[in-house]
Ligand binder design. Structure first.
Ligand SMILES: Cc1ncc(COP(=O)(O)O)c(C=O)c1O
Length: 466
């Protein structure tokens, strides 16, 4: 039925939460949750690491919005750079044209990216960057005489975005099922969840890393290297609850990709821009991929912007003749987004944000590790300012919550209880149930303690509800 103006509730009498419930379609949200009198939380303001709702209640932003607000909220300097840009040149495409901010940002990202990743293709977000990387891999191999190389390998439970190609690369069956059939040719291998490693590898991280990397070699050989274009992986996998790479893992994956002429794509949508204490996590881990996809923290969340950063080798076939990458977005390299990204990078340099993360990451880790004394906490893992806390019903056997417990305790209690206690973060069960933490990179020990205390109270209560 078409909506008429009379259908729309009078905005002057209804609260923002009611208007959200009635008209806003929230991504990845069970709207039924708001049918029983529960209000949609409406966040109206942010300052530093804190956000406020419309009732004036304050929360610690333990997820940097959605892994985006690296420098904290209320940075007027970034807003001012965006306003200046909007009044100078609000929009112009970079389809066969260029403008100063896109040029400056591409140059700056090329200088910051590892190895010879010197070519920057802008997108509006992470999913588009992943989609672009797969399309580039396919076209690159067609242009260079290996037209059958088109498949992609990625890891179980990994999230790589919602466009249909990126969703094919995603390793979360439940997120894909409603949209099947998706783009064919996505192949899955194990991730690096050491806590859930095969039993004989649980005491040897290095051997586990070798085992997990070799599953990639096995998949390439099984499919036939002449059909495989790329391996996509996050340096530290978010979905499932922060899986860092075991020692030697990324090096071995690089070796396997080289042996089989397969591109290594590091999806740094979350891990880039300081999250792991360097502009790119792959630099911190000392392994150079062929492509980096990134987004989120690039503008510290002040504007939507993503990028695919590509090695010189991959750009080479597009340098001459009639070849072109038949791909792009209206918003690619948006001047205002690029101005926000440049202002963000200026602050990173001036305030030494990456150094701050490196100096404080061990304190963050040990503060969260204190929660290991709780019976519901099976594992605390992560790197930099990026942590997952896995919840179990039996620490000894590592038995996870069953579906009923996950529904009742994780979704029914923890999701709202943490927020009610003043901590915005995520209780997630796309893999085994975890609490995810990725706070602004500006915080320190006082906020770590605040997080730990709120988590301790709510996780203790959650255990009593199991
Ligand atoms: C690793 C990874 N890739 C891709 C995406 C998709 O990014 P976007 O939502 O900007 O499309 C995300 C989003 O969380 C992500 O974490």
């Amino acid at each position: 039925m078409t909506s008429t103006p009379q259908d729309v509730t009078d905005q002057s009498t209804d609260s923002l939460a009611e208007r959200a419930r009635d008209h806003l379609w929230m991504p990845f949200t069970r709207h039924s949750a708001y049918d029983n009198g529960t209000s949609v939380p409406v966040i109206v303001r942010g300052e530093g690491a804190y956000i406020w709702d419309e009732q004036g209640r304050r929360y610690l932003d333990g997820l940097s919005g959605l892994f985006t607000v690296q420098l904290g909220h209320g940075r007027s300097e970034i807003g001012e750079a965006m306003a200046r840009q909007a009044s100078e040149l609000a929009y112009f495409p970079i389809w066969s044209y260029a403008h100063p901010r896109a040029i400056e940002l591409a140059e700056r990202l090329a200088a910051l990216a590892p190895g010879d990743l010197n070519r920057v293709f802008f997108t509006s977000g992470g999913g588009e960057a992943v989609e672009s990387a797969w399309k580039l891999a396919k076209q690159y191999f067609k242009l260079t005489g290996r037209p059958t190389k088109h498949k992609v390998i990625s890891r179980a439970v990994a999230y790589h975005g919602t466009p249909q190609g990126a969703l094919s690369i995603t390793g979360i069956p439940a997120a894909k099922e409603p949209f099947e059939p998706l783009v064919p040719s996505g192949i899955r291998v194990p991730n690096t969840n050491h806590y859930r490693a095969p039993e004989h590898l649980r005491d040897d991280e290095k051997a586990f890393g070798r085992w997990a990397a070799d599953r990639i070699a096995e998949a390439i050989e099984f499919e036939g290297a002449d059909t495989v274009a790329a391996v996509f992986l996050e340096p530290v996998q978010n979905s499932g609850g922060c899986f860092p790479p075991p020692p030697g893992y990324l090096e071995r994956v690089r070796e396997i990709c080289d042996e089989h002429d397969v591109l290594l794509v590091a999806d740094e949508t979350i891990t880039a821009f300081g999250r792991i204490g360097d502009t790119f996590a792959m630099s911190r881990f000392g392994v150079t991929p062929d492509i980096i996809t990134c987004a989120k923290g690039m503008t510290s969340g002040y504007a939507p912007m993503g990028a695919m950063i590509v090695s010189d080798r991959l750009f080479e076939p597009f340098r001459s003749g009639t070849a072109m990458f038949l791909h792009g977005f209206t918003w690619s390299g948006h001047p205002v987004g690029a101005a926000a990204a440049l202002a963000t990078l200026d602050i990173f340099d001036r305030e030494g944000t990456n150094e701050h993360v490196r100096q404080n990451e061990e304190i963050f880790k040990s503060t969260l590790a204190r929660l290991s004394d709780l019976p519901i906490v099976g594992d605390v893992r992560g790197a930099g300012y990026f942590y997952g806390i896995e919840l179990v019903q039996d620490k000894g056997t590592r038995e996870t919550l069953n579906d009923e417990q996950a529904e009742r305790v994780l979704r029914g209690y923890l999701s709202t209880a943490l927020f009610d206690e003043g901590l915005y973060c995520r209780a997630d069960d796309r893999g085994d149930p975890v609490i995810q933490l990725a706070p602004p990179l500006t915080i320190g020990p006082a906020e770590f303690d605040e997080m730990e205390q709120i988590l301790r109270t709510t996780l203790t209560q959650a255990w009593s509800l199991l």
